[in-house]
Design a protein around this ligand. Structure first.
Ligand code: ADP
Ligand code: ASP
Ligand code: MG
Length: 473
């Protein structure tokens, strides 16, 4: 089918001018694509505000969410008033104002309930954080319509069916496919552009869920799959996937192409430019995936290409995830004792924490792994419980944590054919006296991760980036 799904992120709908860019981009795409679907995020910063309202209310603060409600109203009204200047129909804009007002009221009501209960359940957090996308479609769709593009706002609760894993819900593909097709095909066949909320879905019974922070990219992929789209374009605020986060490395360059495996590793290890769950669905269906810049649409951006493509270069990009804790289980008594690793990770799993990286010394005297810092204390307790007897008998000498570490990951499919890359990376870090605490190689062999102390992280990223610059230069 000749369907294009385009997703616009928070900055891309962050103010009236950005939404004007979106309208131009959608208009241009319609010249080449008979069927266009638009997915939008909440306006930049809005999801954080909504969650702040919920969390402060849960902590017994009955004021902050009311102040935030005023700010949310102001932000959306300002944008609306600005957009309304371009166009003629005051009636339509009055309707939008009523919509926004009712969604902000819903925010206040939900936060008040959280305040009274003194607790924000995952389900309540989803109901509250879904409001940002529900507001932004009410700005973007009418603006497109007034700009001459037939468009209709659609809440993805009507399309994306998920399980009940609130805050990180998993889509149910068959139901999502049938509901999405039933709801969107009639619009698409009539030349109407659905403007769909990113980030959110609903259980089969209609309870709102969210797909996880940054999940609007994933929404676009899910709709692409459900509609058998030919391409998915992720519009953001940089020229595409870059050799590093441009906020850390000023010399970062856009990569014209990146393989699925490379972008998967980059996304998984912290490159915010694409949500890690976005990639698998589109690879499986052979849907072309592009990352482009809303504010520089003439730049072609980055195309995500098949893993069979001959690898370009060696190190292609470097990324970092902050806010991690490294945990170590160690002891000579562990040597050769079966089951220590299994028990370690079962104990972690019971805390519902996901482990992002594991290394084990070949002597089996220590197991070292990384979890997000907020889960650190919980995991530490679980390990101490699990190995109480071994600790008493000193088969395990100690379980200890190193807080505030950063995972730095170097990505490049060509690395596996090139000896000596790891040596170059470590000597460049060594020169700068950056201490590498642990190392792991990605199973796909296209990434190497290093753990460094938080204060060294930015310097480490810049040093590694110099290796990329040297190769390019
Ligand atoms: P959106 O709201 O459009 O989804 P995000 O803020 O989620 O945008 O992602 C885009 C941001 O990702 C960029 O502004 C950039 O700072 C950051 N980023 C991190 N690593 C990379 C990278 N390797 N390439 C491009 N951008 C990156
Ligand atoms: N608005 C959501 C967030 O900030 C989803 C997204 O922007 O992708 O996490
Ligand atoms: Mg994002």
């Amino acid at each position: 089918m000749n369907t294009l799904v385009m997703k616009f992120g928070g900055t891309s709908v962050g103010n009236a001018d950005a939404i004007r860019h979106v309208a131009r981009i959608v208009h241009a795409a319609q010249a080449d694509w008979p069927q266009v679907v638009v997915v939008v995020s909440a306006m930049g910063g809005v999801t954080d505000m909504l969650l702040k309202g919920a969390h402060t209310a849960a902590e017994g603060d009955g004021e902050t969410f009311r102040v935030l409600a005023g700010e949310l109203r102001g932000k959306h009204y300002d944008t609306l008033n600005n957009l309304a200047k371009d166009l003629s129909s005051p009636v339509r804009w009055d309707e939008v104002r009523v919509w926004i007002a009712s969604l902000v009221d819903e925010f206040e009501t939900l936060c008040h309930a959280v305040y009274v209960l003194g607790e924000a359940s995952a389900r309540a957090l989803d109901a509250i954080s879904s409001l940002g996308e529900r507001m932004s479609i009410q700005l973007v769709a009418p603006y497109l319509r007034e700009a001459g593009i037939p468009a209709e706002p659609i809440e993805a609760t009507e399309l994306i069916v998920t399980d009940k894993n609130f805050q990180s819900a998993n889509p149910i593909s068959e139901l999502t496919r049938s509901r999405t097709q039933a709801r969107l095909f009639p619009l698409l066949e009539n030349g109407i552009v659905p403007v769909v909320t990113g980030f959110i879905g609903a259980t089969a019974l209609g309870v709102v869920t969210t797909l996880g922070r940054g999940g609007s990219d994933f929404s676009a992929a899910l709709l692409g799959v459900a509609l058998d789209a030919r391409e998915v374009w992720i519009w953001t605020d940089v020229d595409g996937v870059m050799t590093a986060d441009p906020r850390i490395v000023a010399a970062a360059k856009t990569l014209p192409e990146i393989t699925f495996r490379e972008i998967s590793e980059l996304a998984y290890y912290g490159a915010k430019v694409l949500h890690p769950k976005t990639i698998r669905p589109v690879v499986e269906r052979d849907i072309a995936l592009w990352v482009k810049n809303t504010f520089n649409p003439s730049n072609p951006g980055t195309r995500v290409v098949s893993d069979d493509t001959a690898p370009h270069g060696t190190i292609r990009a470097v990324t970092a995830i902050r806010g991690q804790t490294m945990l170590n289980v160690e002891g000579r008594g562990m040597l050769g004792v079966p089951g220590v690793a299994a028990r370690t990770f079962s104990a972690v799993a019971r805390t519902h924490t996901s482990v992002s990286l594991i290394t084990q010394a070949s002597s089996e005297q220590s197991i070292c792994f990384i979890v997000p810092s907020r889960a650190g204390p919980l995991v530490m307790d679980a390990l101490n419980d699990e190995f109480r007897r071994e600790l008493e008998q000193q088969n395990i000498d100690r379980i200890w944590a190193m807080e505030n570490v950063v995972i730095i990951t170097v990505v490049g499919a060509g690395m596996r054919h090139t000896p000596g890359i790891a040596g170059q990376i470590f000597s460049s870090l060594g020169k700068d006296r950056i201490n590498v605490v642990a190392i792991a190689q990605g199973s796909s062999e296209c990434s190497v991760s290093m753990i460094v102390d938080a204060p060294d992280a930015e310097k480490a990223v810049r040093e590694i980036h110099k290796l990329i610059e040297m190769r390019e230069g």
